[in-house]
Write a protein that binds this ligand. Structure first.
Ligand SMILES: NC(=O)N[C@@H](CC(=O)O)C(=O)O
Ligand SMILES: [Zn+2]
Ligand SMILES: [Zn+2]
Length: 425
């Protein structure tokens, strides 16, 4: 195993220091370290962050390997500065058994670029009818702790209650895609002034807010952990603020795109902007940014949703919802938050690692800590070229935009997965 001496790096925004990485851990920190056997990396001007952790990634394997595989998604993640991702269950077959979650977990290990932690489905086939084998998935080699029907809402309140109760036994968490299905039938975009102008069926904010309100009450009633996926409205923030003030064990995520892009994008009719929940208004964005700064929203999660060309380059109404996120998330966070490194580390690494219970992740580089870290060049700017992304899909909403920040290197347990901005394997 090669040792690495990272010279003159700012750890989470602090004064520059050296980091010696050896045998998978941060062996030493301090100014002027020497290690004759180590490969030296000059990191002057770079910031070291704990390796990013994505709580919400779609890897599409098994089933849609044309859109993404565990390996291609892992490579996209490493290039984005991630050392761990949680893989959503809406694959084909659905990850609703120990067999499928173990398969995804094994594929992640084989790719070896990030730790892939499978999420298990809440209901059989994501159909919302009966609980999946939550216990068997928890006991499997994949050690599933997060369960989600993401892509679908667990709409039945009785099933939601039973799922929350069930996972309490092993400190699991239910991650809810909050969308009251009756209120979003036929929905194409955010319900508001723009949808009226375009004559497209709207997806009202209340469809999200009503489910979050219901579920925080259920979580409080049974004393279980609830996580809310991709929070997108100002009203949802208010419900979450209220629930947290009451001590409900609820955590919440926001995506990079919901922090930056508005429903005005729909006026282009470019399906790259079609996503679930839909892009909202400038007022929603302002509320989401405030909630993220305050901690009412705990984390940024990408909801990386790769789709094949035929599912995206078609008429808006027929296009699948979802956009890429892994390779651009840090840049969007930097754009939105500025160089608030401690906040970025908290929202993109420490807090998601805690919620997911991922050992060895989300820890600031310090002696004895597993060397899961990423080096960022905050001064760099880059133009996003879809063809250059490592993802198998091309559906980035940031095509040809110039974004701040560049991931220079990523280390997974002391081994580089990215060096000089390029994937190592
Ligand atoms: N976000 C999306 O628009 N799509 C996701 C599903 C989901 O996160 O709900 C997908 O799997 O493509
Ligand atoms: Zn979802
Ligand atoms: Zn999703």
């Amino acid at each position: 195993m090669t040792a690495y001496l990272i010279r003159n790096v700012s750890v989470v925004g602090a004064e520059p220091t050296d980091l010696l990485i050896r045998d998978g851990v941060v062996a030493e920190t301090g100014a002027g370290l020497t290690a004759p056997d180590a490969t030296v990396l000059d990191a002057t001007g770079l910031v070291a962050l704990p390796g990013l952790v994505d709580l919400h990634t779609h890897l599409r394997e098994p089933g849609r390997e044309d859109a993404e595989t565990v390996e291609s998604g892992s490579r996209a993640a490493a290039l984005g500065g991630y050392t761990a991702v949680c893989a959503m269950a809406n694959t084909s077959p659905v990850a609703d058994t120990a067999g499928v979650v173990e398969q995804v977990w094994r594929l992640g290990r084989e790719a070896g670029l990030v730790d892939v932690q499978p999420i298990g489905a809440v209901t059989v086939g994501l159909a919302g009818g009966q609980l999946a084998e939550l216990g068997a998935m928890a006991d499997s080699a994949a050690r599933v702790r997060i369960f989600s029907d993401d892509g679908h809402c667990v709409a039945d309140p009785k099933l939601m209650r039973r799922a929350l109760e069930y996972v309490k036994a092993f400190d699991g968490v239910i991650a809810q895609h909050a969308e009251e299905p009756r209120l979003t039938e036929g929905a194409q975009m955010h319900e508001g002034e723009v949808s009226t102008r375009l004559g497209l069926t709207g997806w009202p904010a209340v469809a999200e807010e009503a489910i979050i309100a219901r579920d925080v009450l259920l979580a409080e009633h049974v004393g279980s952990r609830l996580h809310i996926c991709h929070v997108s409205t100002a009203g949802s923030v208010e419900v979450l603020r209220h629930a947290k003030a009451r001590g409900v064990k609820v955590t919440a995520e926001v995506t990079p795109h919901h922090l930056l892009l508005t429903d005005e994008k729909a006026t282009t009719y470019d399906p790259v902007y079609k996503v679930n929940p839909p892009l909202r208004t400038a007022a929603d964005i302002a509320a989401l940014r405030g909630a993220l700064a305050e901690g009412v929203i705990d984390i940024i999660a990408t909801d990386h949703a790769p789709h094949a060309v035929e599912d995206k380059e078609c008429e808006w109404a027929y296009a699948r919802p979802g956009m890429l996120g892994l390779e651009t998330a840090l840049s969007i966070a930097l754009d939105v938050l500025g160089p608030q490194w401690d906040l970025i580390a908290e929202r993109m690494s420490r807090a998601p690692a805690r919620i997911a219970g991922l050992e060895g992740h989300g820890l600031d580089p310090a002696p004895g800590v597993p060397a899961n870290l990423t080096l960022v060049d905050p001064a760099a700017r880059r133009v996003i070229e879809p063809a250059e992304l490592a993802s198998r899909s091309r559906n980035t909403p940031y095509a040809r935009m110039t974004l701040p920040g560049r991931i220079v290197a990523t280390f997974l347990r002391g081994e580089p997965t990215v060096l000089d901005g390029k994937a190592v394997k």
